[in-house]
Design a protein around this ligand. Sequence first.
Ligand code: NI
Length: 155
Amino acid sequence: MPKLLKIITHPNDILQKKSQEISRETIKSKEFQILCDDMFETMIKKDGIGLAAPQIGKNICLSVINSREEPLYIINPRIIKKSWSKEWGEEGCLSVPNVFGKVKRNSKITCVYIDRNGKKIKISPKGLMARVFQHEIDHLDGILFIEKAKNIKNN
Ligand code: NI
């Protein structure tokens, strides 16, 4: 049974540190696979659309994203292309509870990463999914959306 992980909230150094790349050996390990399941469970239970490993206290390059079809496990992601066009959209974050703000993001990106099966993936999300990718990859670089947001509201 997957378990609920504790979510770290701002301010905390872990959230502002750059995360480490994950080796293929680690990806194959039972411990890592369990972590993937636990992070997915935690994201769903907390009503998140994405969750990055630093948010549960681990500075490693792993994020889970709740796409409509199936959860995406994003390991060692790299954005290799960004659209010229950008758009503003409201964001929140499980690590910054009850705070929302508008963030300008690229409308479309191309990202390469490894999935939890060790497969190399190339994906070009747009709109909301492009936004979620950029928000989650920022977490792995130690960046929180509140550093980029305007019209920050405390609910
Ligand atoms: Ni977040």
